[in-house]
Design a protein around this ligand. Structure first.
Ligand code: CMP
Length: 691
């Protein structure tokens, strides 16, 4: 009987027994064997003993035997006892070889996804241990290694890490493994395989909007928000195209259709979440044209599941090219946000600053480089552009020469800064223009006529308009520099500019009020205005106002502050506490965390968070191009905050119209002094330092 056989054969015979027939001795023999297997070394004794009960033996006499195919449903996990297998992926061929002691097939089980590769034996007589899905889930799922590393050609291509072992994470649709690092192409494949349903359009609004939930899986959204950092759009399209074109005579139709559907589903999610910039590259257009032809050309796709049909529904719009039809169709499901391109920027019914900018830059798009502007000017001036220099001169006389490659110059200017074009050797002679200094009279009397609530209302409407125009991508351009992307962040620039404008407005008005009485009136007005902005959840303007009031030129006016009613002084102290930056703006973060959208967040802090993440973490983990996706996740979290804040429309009770038009005009055309030296000088004249 058994004892007469070689030890190897004993084991095999036991493993071939039906699991319920295994005796305690059998289990001991199996256990002894499991102890020596590399793939199981991280498991506890208890788990190995449990495995001994259920693990089965599987052998394949011939080389070139397919254990399972890419795209199949995952039903078991394997450990190689003897021999070796090839891991084969469509369009790539053999990506790696696994030897005895290695395991495979866990990926589909832990992600509830189809098989990511085909497994083929490399030699005759391969032997495996196999654990079937239910047992795997019961015994192994929670104790599986915290990190799963996939290799191709000897290099790490994907590193997954277990998010948490809590029961809700084991829920079918929230993957319990998240991507920590990966090669761009592999991450995309993994995304298509594990996060995109081939049958439904799985838009999970609540996941996309909720900013801080760590429990839900954000891989897809993270990828969409940040891919431009590591995978330019044209490369993404090339890869999508490759995945879309998977054709395989050996594969069933279902696999091919599923692969295509996932790509279409991806595009749907992409357009929904990223909107206009998706269409920025011409290669996107040709790709979408390919997609839009699906219906006509491929009968296999006729029976295709929802996403394709969904998209083809919207083709019904009569329009000239297939591309346009698709774009139209997709646009319908998009938010109507402002795009970054200049033509649309010009349509923003916004501030006079914009109108003024357009005046200077008539006919020149916002994304024009400094060089283009120079060429334009040279043409008008009849000079050679090489002789010209483009420079900003700030109101305090500071000059900075603008590099030829610089873009969106108009929106980057300081408030009273101006762009000058001059022959190179005249640069030194350039001086500040009189109008750059700002107003010499305050508007205190006018301001007194406006209701504070009404002022806050129109300030908030304008801010909201500007805020909603800021694309999430602009945060990335801000930290990584707009130039490598050849994109502009003008909407963000304008929003930040408005922040400064409001801040200087407060200081300017108070410093131009030449009687104590007027100054006290203004202080009251601005503190109340801050209170209204806070009530309207416009924290950006709130910060700007309170920071204006804290500017030295204002805070040093002790006689004025002494005359302020104590109630307002108390209110200001409270506000000042909120903008206090200590412990990483803790006071503000707690306060804003309690609010529901719509919120106008304090934008400079979001930018600081982005910069902090960007500078504190590497994008590349090795020289081969492994991307630190953890960093991308952190960047995306901040970008999602933006989305969360405006996930609900701003609906404020309009004020009873008193002087609507005047207030609007006033708020749109703030005239300020942005030269701190002048402001401090004015302040000193108002209340000279007491000896
Ligand atoms: P699964 O997707 O279930 O089936 C194919 C298995 O191949 C997969 O789990 C992994 O265990 C294994 N594998 C090894 N290397 C790779 C790779 N580079 N890409 C995908 N799968 C791989």
């Amino acid at each position: 009987t058994l004892t007469q056989l070689a030890p190897d054969a004993v084991l095999k015979a036991i493993l071939r027994k039906p699991t319920h027939d295994r005796s305690p001795d059998d289990l001991e023999i199996i256990y002894e064997e499991l102890v020596h297997i590399r793939a199981l070394s991280h498991l506890s004794t208890t788990v190995k003993r449990e495995l001994a009960n259920i693990i089965v033996f599987e052998s394949h006499p011939r080389a070139e035997t397919v254990l399972f195919n890419q795209g199949d449903e995952g039903v078991s996990w394997y450990v190689i006892l003897k021999g070796s297998v090839n891991v084969v992926i469509h369009g790539k061929g053999v990506v790696t070889t696994l030897q005895d002691g290695d395991d495979f097939g866990q990926l589909a089980l832990i992600n509830n996804a189809p098989r990511a590769a085909t497994i083929i034996t490399r030699e005759d007589g391969c032997q495996f241990l196999r654990v079937d899905k239910d047992d795997f889930n019961r015994i192994l799922r929670d104790v599986e290694a915290n990190t799963v590393r996939l290799k191709e050609h000897g290099r790490d291509v994907l590193v997954l890490e277990k998010v948490s072992a809590n029961p809700s994470a084991a829920h079918r649709h929230s993957a319990s493994y998240t991507v920590m690092a990966g090669m761009p192409q592999k991450m995309l494949e993994h995304l298509l395989e594990t996060r995109l349903d081939a049958r439904h359009l799985s838009v999970r609004d609540e996941d996309i909007i909720r900013p801080y939930s760590s429990a839900t899986d954000m891989f897809l959204d993270d990828f969409l928000l940040t891919h431009i950092m590591f995978m330019p759009t044209h490369q993404l399209i090339t890869e999508l195209m490759r995945n879309y074109r998977i054709e395989s005579p050996t594969q069933d139709k279902e696999f091919v259709v599923a692969s295509k559907s996932r790509v279409v589903n991806f595009v749907y999610q992409w357009v929904t979440s990223i909107r206009d910039p998706v269409f920025d590259e011409t290669i996107t257009h040709s790709f979408f044209e390919v997609l839009s032809l699906i219906k006509a050309n491929n009968s296999a796709i006729h029976s295709a599941p929802t996403p394709l049909l969904y998209l083809s529904h919207s083709f019904a719009f009569a329009s000239s090219s297939p591309w346009q039809r698709l774009k139209l169709g997709l646009l319908i499901i998009m938010y109507s946000r402002l795009s970054l391109d200049s033509t649309r920027l010009a349509h923003v019914p916004l501030l006079s600053i914009l109108a003024a900018l357009r005046e200077y830059f008539r006919g020149i798009p916002v994304n024009a480089t400094a060089e283009t502007i120079k060429l334009n000017a040279a043409d008008k001036l009849g000079l050679r552009h090489e002789e010209l220099v483009l420079a900003e001169i700030k109101s305090n006389g500071e000059k900075s020469v603008i590099a030829d490659t610089e873009v969106s110059i108009a929106t980057c200017l300081s408030i009273n800064g101006r762009i000058f074009v001059s022959p190179k050797d005249h640069l030194d002679a350039m001086t500040v223009l009189p109008d750059q200094e700002g107003p010499s009279d305050g508007t205190c009397n006018e301001l007194e006529m406006f209701s504070t609530r009404e002022l806050a209302y129109y300030i908030t409407l304008i801010d909201w308009d500007l805020f909603c125009s800021v694309h999430e991508y602009e945060l990335l351009y801000h930290v990584a520099g707009a130039q490598p992307f050849r994109k502009i962040k003008s909407n963000l620039d304008l929003f930040l500019r408005r922040f400064n404008e409001i801040q200087y407005w407060v200081v300017t008005e108070i410093c131009l009020a030449n009687t104590l009485g007027k100054r006290v009136q203004l202080l009251r007005k601005f503190i109340k205005l801050a209170a209204y902005c806070k009530e309207f959840q416009n924290l950006n303007a709130f910060f700007a106002l309170v920071m204006g009031l804290s500017n030295v030129a204002v805070s040093r006016l002790t006689q004025t502050w002494e005359r302020l009613p104590s109630k307002l002084r108390k209110m200001f102290t409270e506000f000042d506490g909120l903008i206090e930056p200590s412990r990483n703006h803790r006071a503000y973060r707690i306060a804003v965390g309690k609010l529901q959208p719509p919120i106008l967040p304090f934008m400079p802090l979001l930018l600081k968070d982005m910069t902090f993440t960007h500078e504190g973490n590497r994008t590349l983990l090795d020289s081969a191009g492994l991307i630190n996706f953890e960093k991308m996740h952190m960047l995306a979290q901040t970008m999602r905050t933006l989305r969360y804040c405006r996930s609900r429309q701003l609906l404020l009770q309009p004020p009873t119209p008193r002087s609507e038009q005047e207030v609007r005009n006033y708020i749109r055309n703030l005239r300020v002094i942005d030269n701190q030296r002048i402001l401090t000088g004015l302040s000193q004249r108002l209340e000279p330092k007491r000896a």
